[in-house]
Design a protein around this ligand. Structure first.
Ligand code: NDP
Ligand code: 2IT
Length: 451
């Protein structure tokens, strides 16, 4: 790293921290991108003079609002709602909505910042945003979730629209929540439009949107593995999470010939030495998506498997690790275990699941490693395809959508190779993804003047 780059990064980061105190996840996300793109700023002084990075870290708009609702016992509850509209240089704001008790401004800003570069990588015209609430869906009845969603949308609807901002799902927001949110949006605005993605197939949803993030993670991992003449065939795979992304990443890895031996939730993980099969996958879908149960129930159902309460799965020996739960779930200790156990590839399904210290260990050992903004972009990419289908009032077959998803993941992988290949031939996917996404958004911002 040049002296200029080092000084620029440290000066920029201290300014960012002073201006945005108490936002550690946002600082972490910005520092990673800045470290990747600082050499570009040195090479293209007009971007530096244009204060592009200073502009990119300032959201175009942040909306924070009260979400009052009544629980089933008649008690009044108050939650906080957010929408961070980060960047609209290349298209309408686009990004998911997260319902989780940990949601705060830092988490919303880090996710919206990441989304801006991810969306640029998809090749589709989408800006970056994220939203959510500290509402905890766990243990709530369907009626409570519906009342909450209706109250949330009653405020959010005035800030979104098919050409303005198009939300989708994320942690705690799946098909059920998108249904309630869409119903309320349609009622208040009297319009049936593509303002939300992840809709039910019968009412405007795209085929393969539920599968898209997890499938895309595996398509991306296939490309990474191919650079070393490897594939999923016969490999042991560790997956964290048991939600939307984890389920379909696990299913696709299994269908590509791998043995998927773990799944997890915030209480612990299950290890199944025999690996997942179609019957067990159907059980997990029923357990998580219909019964809304906990992953420990898997071990009760399949006695050959073991439940490890309070632990993460990184100590299980594997060839490929797919972190698909949440941010900073893979720390230095976990990364060291993966390296020591001979893991060759870490492909992120979650957003920022790997801590900076863990990334240093994984990259230091020259493992294949991809950041979520590259490898989990298949979800938002198919959201983009849902927007297209809604606009032209058409419906594409699963085969058509899958072919486009494959093409997009391949294009993202090529961009990472182009911008991330180092002198010794090692592909730094972090640098590649950040640089490719940054150059696209920066170029658009420069073209559009000081706005
Ligand atoms: P879900 O809500 O469907 O599943 C989340 C899973 O992660 C659950 O198993 C949950 O367990 C676990 N989890 C959540 N928070 C924590 C935590 N603090 N510690 C440990 N485990 C936790 O969400 P998704 O599968 O949609 O999202 C997973 C990740 O993928 C997130 O990082 C999300 O931002 C990212 N992502 C999602 C996309 C999508 O299309 N849905 C697209 C791209 C990225 P528990 O039930 O105990 O909370
Ligand atoms: O993090 C993500 O990319 C998502 N949660 C999906 C966003 C979207 O608009 O489909």
């Amino acid at each position: 790293m040049s002296r200029f780059t080092e000084k620029y990064i440290s000066g920029f980061m201290s300014g960012l921290q002073a201006r945005n105190p108490g936002e550690p996840e946002f600082h972490q996300a910005v520092k990673e991108v800045l470290t990747s793109v600082a050499p570009c700023l040195e090479a293209y002084p007009y971007l530096l003079d244009g204060k592009i990075m200073e502009r990119m870290v300032e959201p175009e708009r942040v909306i924070i609002f009260r979400v009052p609702w009544m629980d089933d016992s008649g008690e009044i509850q108050i939650n906080r709602g957010f929408r961070v509209q980060m960047n609209s240089a290349i298209g309408p704001y686009k990004g998911g909505i997260r319902f989780h008790p940990s949601v705060n401004l830092s988490i919303m800003k880090f996710l919206a910042f990441e989304q801006t570069f991810k969306n640029a990588l998809t090749t589709l015209p989408m800006g970056g945003a994220k939203g959510g609430s500290d509402f905890n869906p766990r243990g709530k009845s369907d009626a409570e979730v519906m009342r909450f969603c209706q109250s949330f949308m009653t405020e959010l609807q005035r800030h979104i629209g098919q050409d303005t901002d198009v939300p989708a799902g994320d942690i705690g927001v799946g098909g059920r929540e998108i249904g309630y949110l869409f119903g309320q949006y349609k009622r208040l605005r009297d319009e049936f439009s593509g303002t939300l993605t992840g809709k039910g197939f019968a009412w405007g949803g795209s085929s393969l949107r539920p599968e898209a993030t997890g499938f895309g993670v595996c398509y991306f991992a296939q490309q990474m593995l191919a650079t070393r003449g490897e594939s999923f065939e016969g490999k042991t795979v560790v997956v964290s999470g048991a939600g939307n992304v984890a389920q379909y990443a696990a299913a696709k890895a299994m269908r590509l010939g791998a043995k998927v031996v773990t799944l997890s939730d915030s209480d612990g993980f299950i290890f199944d030495p025999d690996g997942l099969d179609e019957e067990k996958f159907a059980y997990v879908q029923q357990l998580k998506n219909v019964a809304r149960g906990r992953i420990k129930e898997y071990a009760a159902k399949y006695p050959a498997s073991t439940y490890y309460p309070g632990e993460r799965p990184w100590g299980i020996k594997c060839d490929i690790a797919l972190p698909c739960a949440t941010q900073n779930e893979l720390d230095a200790e976990g990364a060291q275990k993966l390296v020591d156990n001979g893991c060759i590839c870490v492909t992120e399904g979650a957003n920022m699941p790997t801590t900076p210290e863990a990334i240093a260990i994984i990259q230091g050992a020259k493992l294949l490693y991809s950041p979520g903004k590259a490898s989990n972009a298949g979800g938002v990419a198919v959201s983009g395809l849902e927007m297209t289908q809604n606009s032209i009032r058409q419906k594409w077959t699963p085969e058509e959508v899958d072919a486009q998803l494959h093409r997009i993941m391949t294009d993202i992988h090529e961009a990472c190779i182009k911008y991330g290949t180092e002198e010794d031939g090692y592909v730094n996917y972090v640098k590649g993804a950040n640089t490719a996404g940054f150059l696209k958004v920066a170029g658009a911002m420069m073209d559009q003047g000081l706005v």
